[in-house]
Design a protein around this ligand. Structure first.
Ligand code: SAH
Length: 219
């Protein structure tokens, strides 16, 4: 018996979720968030057939979106709950921010490219996500006007955690970010800001595009 397109799309989504579980995702709330946010909406049309594969994909402005299992791992490591205000640096496609918005009270995401921010905001509007706003800006400076944040996720690498981000993180707050050199393997860290002394642990080896200072002059 042949299945119609609706059924095959559903089957693809089920396989996607099963794949995330097989790659180690255990957090039910994160799994649910990734079930709810349709990754195809965030993928450029030419790559849409790969939307449910566990691969990083190119997006506009020469950037890329992470593979879903890494989005899952980073989201799980951030331990977001419904009371949290979250900052994401590196909006890109908007996919990671939309997943965070399922878990948090409110999410602010910032990217240096106007093109990416307006595409992402249009996707948030399609999904009716009212607790999520995208801004153009330099994420190295954080978002002082909207700080403090309970959680911060940075989806581009730097050699060290930018100090404005630490200052904008509440005590007890968690920041997840790749640290290391551009074009080399980097260390994905989970940083907890504590009055008694910050704690930083490695959770994976990764490769991300670098943070570049300043909002982009073009695009
Ligand atoms: N989280 C995204 C992928 C991010 S790719 C997603 O889910 O699709 C990394 C992003 O970081 C790129 O879009 C890049 O433009 C952005 N970026 C690099 N330097 C930045 C900076 N200084 N401030 C804000 N965004 C920056």
């Amino acid at each position: 018996m042949s299945v119609d397109e609706g059924d095959s799309a559903r089957a693809e989504r089920m396989a996607f979720l099963l794949g995330l579980r097989q790659r180690g995702l255990r957090d039910v709330a994160v799994l649910r968030a990734m079930e709810v946010v349709p990754r195809p909406l965030f993928v450029d049309p030419q790559f849409r057939e790969h939307a449910y594969e566990d691969v990083a994909l190119p997006i506009s402005c020469g950037q890329s979106m992470s593979q879903p299992s890494l989005v899952a791992k980073m989201t799980e490591a951030l331990n977001v709950t419904a009371e949290h205000a979250v900052l994401e640096v590196g909006t890109g496609s908007g996919y990671q921010a939309a997943v965070l918005a399922q878990l948090a009270s409110r999410v602010v995401t910032v990217d240096r490219y106007r093109t990416l921010v307006s595409q992402a905001q249009a996707r948030f509007d399609v999904l009716g996500l009212r607790n999520l706003v995208a801004y153009v800006g330099d994420g190295l400076l954080g978002q002082p006007a909207r700080a403090p944040f309970d959680r911060i996720m940075v989806t581009a690498s730097a050699e060290e955690i930018p100090s404005p981000l630490i200052e904008q993180l509440r005590f007890g707050g968690v920041l997840v970010m790749p640290l290391g050199l551009q074009d080399e393997e980097q260390s994905l860290v989970r940083f907890v800001r504590q009055q008694s002394g910050d704690v930083c642990t490695e959770i994976a080896r990764v490769r991300f595009v670098p943070l570049i200072a300043g909002a982009a002059a073009t695009l």
